[in-house]
Design a protein. Sequence first.
Length: 117
Amino acid sequence: MKIGTYFGFEAAHVLPHHPGKCSRPHGHSYRLEVVVEGPLQQGGPAAGMVMDFGDLKEIVRRSVIDQLDHSDLNATISNPTAEEIAAWIWGRLEPALPSLQRVVLWETASAYAAIER
Ligand SMILES: [Zn+2]
């Protein structure tokens, strides 16, 4: 079974190779979807769950949101396209979430980059 969570964060970026307006400093209200997949746990405090939503949210917040929210993305990722940011997020989450299945990063209301296992 799959479970997921959403986060929003605000950040600024510049796309240095872009020939158009994205080469100027600007910001987005990003929306991040994180999905994990696994069997339901059979016992313990997370019985009947893939994992506790609270644990999932804490991992995403600590690994990704705390660093990116209200930041200059170019200080973290040299060419912060939606695709490169999604790949960076995947790399940050995978060590803490071995059951990571999908990362979707919405840069605008109508444009996203996605990575799936
Ligand atoms: Zn942009």
